[in-house]
Design a protein around this ligand. Sequence first.
Ligand SMILES: *[C@@H]1O[C@H](CO)[C@@H](O)[C@H](O)[C@H]1NC(C)=O
Ligand SMILES: *[C@@H]1O[C@H](CO)[C@@H](O)[C@H](O)[C@H]1NC(C)=O
Ligand SMILES: *[C@@H]1O[C@H](CO)[C@@H](O)[C@H](O)[C@H]1NC(C)=O
Ligand SMILES: *[C@@H]1O[C@H](CO)[C@@H](O)[C@H](O)[C@H]1NC(C)=O
Ligand SMILES: *[C@@H]1O[C@H](CO)[C@@H](O)[C@H](O)[C@H]1NC(C)=O
Ligand SMILES: *[C@@H]1O[C@H](CO)[C@@H](O)[C@H](O)[C@H]1NC(C)=O
Length: 503
Amino acid sequence: MSIPIFLLSLLSTLTAGQPPPPLRGYLINCGSKNDLVQDGIKYTKDDSYTVTGTLKTLNRTDILSVLTTLRYFPYGKNGKHCYTFPVTNGAKFLIRTTYFYGGFDGGTEPPIFDQIIDGTTWSTVNTTEDYRNGLSSYYEIIVTANDKTVSVCFACNEHTKSGSNPFINSLEVLDLDSSLYNSTDFGKYGLVTVARSIFAFDGDIVRFPDDPFNRYWQPFVDGNPAVEAHANVTSSEFWNRPPAKVFLSGATTSRGKNLTLQWPPFSLPTNRYYVALYFQDSRSTSPYSWRVFTVLINSETFYQDLNVTTKGVTVYGTEWPLSGDTQITLTPRSDMPVGPTINAGEIYQILPLAGTTLGRDVMALQMLRQSIRNPPDDWNGDPCLPKEHPWLGIGCSEGKEIRVTSLNLKGLSLIGTLPKEIAGLTALKEIRLSMNKLTGPIPDLSPLKSLEILHLDENEFEGPFPDALGTLPNLRELLLNKNRLSGGPPQNLIERKGMILRT
Ligand SMILES: *[C@@H]1O[C@H](CO)[C@@H](O)[C@H](O)[C@H]1NC(C)=O
Ligand SMILES: *[C@@H]1O[C@H](CO)[C@@H](O)[C@H](O)[C@H]1NC(C)=O
Ligand SMILES: *[C@@H]1O[C@H](CO)[C@@H](O)[C@H](O)[C@H]1NC(C)=O
Ligand SMILES: *[C@@H]1O[C@H](CO)[C@@H](O)[C@H](O)[C@H]1NC(C)=O
Ligand SMILES: *[C@@H]1O[C@H](CO)[C@@H](O)[C@H](O)[C@H]1NC(C)=O
Ligand SMILES: *[C@@H]1O[C@H](CO)[C@@H](O)[C@H](O)[C@H]1NC(C)=O
């Protein structure tokens, strides 16, 4: 979806009455050294949430300030580059990424790359067409946190041209009430915004403060006649809490006729979608102000004989299969003296989540990262997932439970120690840490019963020889030479058949 790079007459809506409650969540002005207030929304600088990338400022004064700065990440085949936000486990979020290329790298076409939420590839970012049309682009997804952090990452994909860098201008992680979109199983799925529209409305995008969660409601105008509402709905009582403002206009047609919308106004890939439609009878409230019609999507009944009053109503489908063009038809009951009407709609693609690495393994790796002074740049986000973008040097199992099975950080000049928590990575088969500058004792690795290969040679480990290694049943390669250990290997390792042992 796109929005103009010069916006928005939001300020007019901010003047009257009480100030709205502030937005909850993270609103990030990427690549900036300063916080920024724009249209009554405070965007903070991004350096507390990411450790990689380079800041860039577009030399333009004619566009929204939040678009003039960006952060870009080095081109590379596998690595992902993440923002990580502390959150409450189980909380629900709308995450929005906003992109405006602006030729920041001296080129003419925006880079194409992937965006990732935790362990799941969310989508490809291709802003080529919007950029050509002088627009910025945004993407949205609704997810719940399955840990105490949520990460949003960027990575090259097969369409990323060599040397072109993934980038991001602004990132929002907005708290949603838990009741919103609650018919979806967010343990298994995310909802990717396809369209969120107000029908027969040609004003500006409706968003905060009209929408308390800063969802963007785009105007959608086709040939259908518009009606204006003569009664207000109570937005807080509505399923999904659409802002009251989206009910102020609606599309309708004359008595006895079907109302047909081609919406969303583009072809959809074959998939399952969450569809929510919002209706209100536009007349003044009275005992007679209601109308009944049937809602069809692509000629299939979505809701039979819906009774729409001035209080308004939502109907939704949690997993509706769609493909190609979509047509919404409202067919009035034959005795209705007025035509059908519709005010707003939301449509989301249902995105199966790829899961996450086992929490215990993630925690152990986080301890390892903390005990190394110069950990790899891409050690952020999920260690194993998505499969195409694991952390540097991390190998993982597949299947239901994703575990870390190998650690290979040979010759990276790592400075630091091995924390005892590394013994929590109980699925490890291989540890290759040769040729670094690791110091301190070798922790007790006896819980690593699957360990076959342990290379810690050419470091600066000290202390006694780790005798407990003799209890590892599968160990067959042990390199500990060129350290400062005292003592030697236990007899059973020396005698083990086929053992490769250098101490
Ligand atoms: C920014 O653009 C203006 C006008 O195009 C130009 O005069 C100025 O030198 C540019 N500044 C930088 C730092 O490139
Ligand atoms: C990116 O978008 C442009 C313009 O719509 C399109 O021509 C191009 O094929 C897209 N590239 C990819 C890799 O999807
Ligand atoms: C979803 O939220 C609505 C309130 O908007 C509530 O009535 C309903 O019980 C909730 N459903 C679930 C499954 O939590
Ligand atoms: C709806 O609410 C607005 C703002 O509170 C008010 O100005 C308007 O008169 C109301 N409209 C109706 C029809 O009640
Ligand atoms: C309205 O839609 C219904 C259901 O698709 C269809 O049976 C009917 O013929 C349509 N009526 C008109 C006037 O197009
Ligand atoms: C529609 O709802 C209104 C208000 O609740 C009610 O008066 C009316 O009888 C309903 N119409 C039908 C056909 O159920």
